[in-house]
Design a protein. Structure first.
Length: 283
């Protein structure tokens, strides 16, 4: 009986060793998220998502921001103050390209102006194209960004995550973030640009934009053709037709030597959980 017990014990040890060897050989891509790279009031990590069946070789992932109450970070155009995030994936493996998608932001007032960004939490979806679709992609992110409460604090983060096509616990959160990314303008979409006018009689000149959207809160953001344009945030004014809201912004903050005529500006309209973006050319 003791011999049988010893044999059973040896078999158990052998089985345990095999399990440990297998676990040690398990690929890193089983992870669904990276560790948080955190500061005192904020943190950043990478999360993985399952690939859509219609996306070909493209994989899904996201950059998740976690912020304490009262803290915010910034959109690609930060508004009157702030610093937009800068993403660096150059150290990644098997990566052909990665596109960062920007969920619709919010406007914040700080008493001396307005900024544009996110508070509490945000996920920037990623569309990841592998160099070799048969192999996983290891994303290595270096991120420069800023977080603000009453004062702004520059921050840096690093994160690493290997992703494949498998389903993860972050699929729902990624789907919500992807739904918040502004859609291209459509004539029959829920949000449309009804009219654009270039008011040359104002000093400085300004642009008037009428937006048709469902009843409720509506906001409009404008960006120049290059990042060195610093256009002011559009403000709501009276004069729109029924079912529309009118915004105006000055053609101010152009870089030296730039002309407004012929420039294409990008408009982003946000109405509740829906958002739209389009380009307009100034005549």
């Amino acid at each position: 009986m003791q011999t049988m017990t010893r044999v059973g014990r040896f078999r158990s040890v052998g089985l345990l060793a095999a399990v440990l060897v297998y676990a040690g050989a398990a690929p890193a891509w089983a992870a669904e998220e990276s560790a948080w790279d955190a500061g005192q009031h904020w943190g950043v990590r990478l999360i993985a998502g399952s690939a859509r069946s219609d996306a070909g070789a493209t994989l899904r992932a996201g950059i998740e921001f976690r912020l304490d109450p009262g803290w915010k970070t910034y959109w690609r155009y930060p508004g009157d103050s702030g610093v937009p995030p800068v993403f660096d994936f150059s150290a990644s493996e098997n990566l052909k390209s990665v596109a960062v998608l920007w969920p619709a932001p919010h406007r914040f007032s700080d008493g001396s102006g307005h900024s544009i960004g996110y508070e509490r939490s945000a996920i920037f979806p990623l569309q990841v194209v592998p160099q070799n679709p048969a192999r996983p992609v290891t994303l290595r992110l270096k991120l420069g960004y800023a977080v603000c409460e009453k004062l702004c604090v520059p921050a840096e983060a690093q994160a690493e995550l290997t992703i494949t096509k498998g389903a993860t616990a972050h699929d729902l959160a990624l789907g919500v973030a992807e739904a918040r990314v502004p859609k291209p303008a459509s004539p029959d979409g829920p949000i449309t640009i009804a009219a654009v006018a270039h008011d040359r009689t104002a000093t400085p000149r300004r642009v008037l934009v009428d937006v048709a959207a469902p009843p409720g809160p509506l906001d409009l953001f404008v960006e120049g053709p290059t990042p060195d344009w610093a256009l002011p945030l559009p403000q709501k004014i009276e004069g729109a037709a029924a079912g529309q809201q009118r915004f105006a912004f000055a053609l101010d903050g152009l870089p030296p030597g730039a002309a407004a005529e012929g420039a294409t500006l990008r408009l982003t309209a946000v109405a509740g959980e829906q958002a739209m973006e389009t380009g307009i050319r100034l005549d």
